[in-house]
Design a protein around this ligand. Sequence first.
Ligand code: ZN
Length: 198
Amino acid sequence: MSSIDGLIVHARARPRNTTPGLPPQPSLRTAILTCMDARIDPVSLFGLGPGDAHVLRNAGARATPDVMRSLALSQAILGTREVLVLGHTGCGLFARTEAELSEAIRSKSGHRPNMELGCFHDLDEAIDETVRTLRRCPFLAHRDRISGYVYDLDAGSVRPANVVEYRAVGATRGRPMTGLEMLRADVLDLKTHPPRRR
Ligand code: ZN
């Protein structure tokens, strides 16, 4: 049995937890962009349930054209207003070169890719670059609440990418939290509200 066969067997055997009537618009009005790394579980990390948020994943949590396509549609059609970019320690794109990654693909597939592969040498800077790219994307209707965070896989902790955003969380006290701020507060343990995990 292949892995896919096993996954399908599991999907068919599991309890059918349907969510009738759940609207397609994410209730937190938030999209999360993170890496495809299998060690990241956004559902448990952020306490997400069905219908809560859009979760986009790719190698390195980079602002690729398809990410911008998806976020543009997420905001225009499905009402999201905030974007959380979550990079992580131990990323496979860290401390590699484009040439090295390109050669790895060529040697395995026989074809050299003509696309940017998104390697980086500074995790915080890479996340910041993704945030800046999204903030410049003219197809996003809401660009004022796009924030970058680092997930430390060894520590299990989440912190803002660079320190500026950390101050921003403190500055929001005294007014109702946005969906993104609630997610931030959950993972940073700064919340002043009851946990929303179910
Ligand atoms: Zn990664």
